[in-house]
Structure formats: C-alpha cells, structure tokens
Write a protein that binds this ligand. Structure first.
Ligand SMILES: [Zn+2]
Length: 244
C-alpha cells in the first residue's frame, strides 16, 4: 500500500505545475490518506504556488478594497476630490457618446455593458466608473438622471446608460421617493369648486319633500293601488306563523 502511494507521489512529482494547482486543494485529504509517506517535495513546490497565489489574492483584495471604498457610503464619492476632478459640476453622463452602426442611433441602449468578466469597449457612464454605485440614498447621483423641470427620469437614449443600469436607476429613484429622499409631484386638485363643496343641503340631513304631509305615502299612486284580495289571503296563509 505504502509503495503504491510512493509511486503515486513520484508521478505527482513529475507533473506540470498546472496540474499541481488542484493538488493544493486536495493537500489535506492526501495527508489524511497517507501521513507516513513523505510527499514534502511536492508540497514544497506547491507551497511556492501557495505564496504566489496568496500574493495574487492580496492584489485582488487590494483591488477589491479600492473598488469597495465607497461601497458602504456611495454618496461620499459624489463629494470627493476624485469625483470633482473627473466630472466637475456636470452630470456623470455628459460627454458620453454611444457607439452605434450607421448615422441614426438605435431606439434602445445596449442590454448590459459587463457580462461576467467581459467589459464592452465603450461602457456606459455608470458601468465605466466602479465608484458610481446606484443606491436610494445616493441622491446627488439620482438627481442627475431626473429632469429638474418635469421630474421625469431621462430616457436612456439621452444619457447613454445601458438598460440594466437604467432599470436599477428607476428602481432606486422609486425607492428614494418612497423613503422621502427625492421629491415627487402630486397632481394639484382645486377643491373650491362646487363639485367638491360640502356646504350644500345634500350633505346634511335631507329635508322632507314639500308635497309630503303627515300620513301621506311618498308616492301618491302608492295609496291608490288596491291589492287583489285572494292574493292577500294567499300570502297571509303562507306567512301565518310569522304574522302577529
Ligand atoms: Zn452599462
């Protein structure tokens, strides 16, 4: 058993580094299976890979840190020097030009700029800057996508934002309005007109009709009708138990 494992270790020793990489994952398992067998050279080598990997991980972590610097509070980026240097006082989407075939721009922007780890050549104003994060509390960013005159969200063909980010934008703006960070317009209704007044008689107690006097029925013809006697007796017989 031990000999066979040793031969396996020899084979592993000859293997290329690319194959060794997955071995690093199974290292604890192999150690569990054969604790006596010395496979240290393999793991020494794999350790160097580990170091390289850890360095790579550190670089990735650093990159992630730079990415997520404004992740907690995305609205702080809009006030940072970095942002002012990049955009000044104009909205994020000013100066962005879409790429399209032919002279007439399409009626829609692209579906998304980033698919997996593939980024398109000309990402939209939101996708091109990692620090721009759409959040209901990122009011200054959301305001850049709303018309100050009408309160309507700008069309993506105007701003160049891809459909994915546009959807996120509209959702964030709706949430922001719900939470009271952004103003919204309610249609103004003038209640002074007659339709809405509650001072007329119909709202209070309804006055009796002028023609109606005590003892008289509401409809004049109601007193004039004489019911058929046989029908009355039939009904009376039917409801005898209930009549007092
Ligand atoms: Zn995009």
């Amino acid at each position: 058993m031990a000999a066979s494992v040793q031969s396996v270790a020899k084979v592993l020793w000859r293997l290329t580094p690319s194959v060794l990489h997955p071995l690093r994952i199974y290292q604890p398992c192999v150690q569990k299976l054969c604790p006596r067998v010395s496979v240290s050279p393999v793991f020494l080598q794999s350790h160097s890979f580990c170091q390289a990997a850890s360095l790579h991980d550190e670089a990735a972590a650093q990159a992630a840190e730079t990415l997520s610097r404004y992740k907690e509070k995305p609205w702080e980026y809009l006030e940072s020097e970095e942002y002012i240097e990049k955009y000044g006082s104009s909205p994020v989407w000013t100066g962005y030009r879409r790429n399209h075939k032919g002279g007439i721009p399409p009626q829609k922007t692209r579906k998304t700029c980033i698919r997996g780890d593939k980024i398109c050549g000309n990402p939209c104003p939101i996708c091109r800057d990692v620090n721009i994060i759409i959040h209901p509390q990122n009011v200054k960013l959301l305001e850049q996508f709303i018309s100050p005159y009408t309160g309507i969200i700008y069309d993506p063909t105007k701003t160049g934002v891809c459909m994915k980010q546009q959807k996120k934008l509209t959702e964030a703006i709706d949430a922001s309005r719900d939470h009271g960070f952004l103003p919204f317009q309610i249609p103004y209704v003038d209640f002074t007109k007659e339709d809405y007044s509650n001072s007329h008689d119909a709202v209070g107690a309804t006055p009796p009709p002028a023609s109606l006097t005590a003892g008289e029925s509401w409809y004049k013809w109601y007193g004039e009708i004489t019911p058929d006697e046989s029908e009355v007796t039939k009904v009376k017989r039917k409801y005898k138990a209930y009549l007092k």
